[in-house]
Design a protein around this ligand. Structure first.
Ligand code: PMV
Length: 332
């Protein structure tokens, strides 16, 4: 029997300073700070409906029972909500994604941000934005940033365990004059072969390049904040591109290598370089998948999209902009 339900909508975000690697897996504490833009495309809508204690939890993804790792992560999240609130009810989680799940298109960011907001409301947890961001982080670190609209920075904090939990959350950063476009080139929307969780674990444990990238990331972040405040597209783009390529270099040096970039990814990267050589400010970033997101001005977005369609025939291209933070839609 239904006792209580809440629905929330969240959007994915794309990091321009990447998070890769955890300091504490149990508490989901990132090893590095990150900075991202929440988008206005691919929302996730999640309803959490409480059910009588003793019933099994149920997880539905796009109307079908979720399986494997996805189901497990949601069940762990529900256990955490019960532990935090002292409540015993079971829950039915109904999630609708408009983004392909697990394809490096940030479905876990929008998914766990929506689950955190809907779950907190359904279980009666009174959480302000920072607390909600910490909660979302327990599902997926990138989800901590999708609590907020526009630009957000996620702090790695210090220490480990419960102490680190308090210091690791996202918060919005002001960049009122910087409102670029992000052209998303979807080369393969299928689920990735190596989950980001497994990929980052292998990278931090075995890649001799990981520490150097993490150290460089601190300087990247400081420079990025200045470039954002100045609304300097070329500077923001240069820093974002080198930070992303550096992250993929750490993975390529892992043993065995973790490689998300495909031949088509490199073709698109060549097309981005060609655009720049021809005078268009366009910069690429890639996550745990082959797809490429290209930062450019709003006025250049149509040109960039056309060039990418020509470079990688058959790919799907769409243009995103700054989007909203998580929104609680209905509480019953
Ligand atoms: O939080 P996860 O498990 O979705 O990891 C995301 C990691 C990257 O997308 C590659 C980088 C980032 O900061 O979003």
């Amino acid at each position: 029997m239904t006792t209580d339900a809440a629905t929330a909508v969240a959007h994915p975000n794309i990091a321009l300073i990447k998070y890769w690697g955890k300091r504490d897996e149990e508490w989901m504490i990132p090893a590095v700070d990150s900075l991202s833009l929440t988008l206005d495309v691919f929302p996730t809508t999640t309803t959490v409906r409480l059910a009588p204690a003793g019933q099994p939890d149920r997880v539905l993804l796009d109307g079908r029972p979720a399986e494997g790792e996805i189901e497990k992560r949601v069940l762990v999240f529900l256990d955490m909500l019960r532990a935090r609130t002292g409540r015993r009810e079971a829950a039915v989680v109904d999630t609708r994604n408009t983004v392909p799940t697990g394809a490096g298109l940030a479905s876990s960011a929008s998914g766990f941000a929506a689950l955190a907001a809907a779950g907190a409301a359904a279980f009666g947890l009174d959480a302000g934005p920072a607390a909600l961001s910490r909660l979302a982080r327990r599902g997926s670190v990138s989800a901590a940033r999708s609590i907020f609209g526009g630009w957000a920075i996620c702090h790695a904090g210090s220490g480990s365990g419960a102490e680190a939990d308090l210091g690791s959350f996202a918060e919005p950063i002001a960049a009122p004059d910087f409102d670029p476009a992000l052209v998303i080139v979807v080369l393969n929307a299928g689920p990735k072969a190596v989950s980001s969780r497994a990929g980052m674990r292998r990278t931090t444990e075995t890649s001799p390049l990981y520490r150097a990238w993490a150290d460089a990331g601190r300087a990247d972040l400081a420079e990025m904040r200045t470039a954002l405040a100045r609304a300097d597209l070329d500077q923001v783009g240069e820093i974002a591109e080198r930070n992303a390529l550096g992250m993929h270099a750490t993975m390529l040096a892992a043993r065995p290598a973790v490689r998300y970039l495909s031949a088509a990814t490199l073709t698109v990267l060549d097309a981005v370089l060609a655009l720049r050589a021809a005078g268009t400010s366009a910069y690429a970033t890639m996550d745990a998948g082959p797809n490429v997101k290209i930062l450019c001005s709003r006025t250049d977005a149509a040109l960039v999209a056309d060039e990418m369609r020509a470079a990688a025939p058959g790919c799907r291209v769409l243009t995103a902009h700054r989007g909203p933070g998580v929104r609680l839609e209905a509480v019953r």
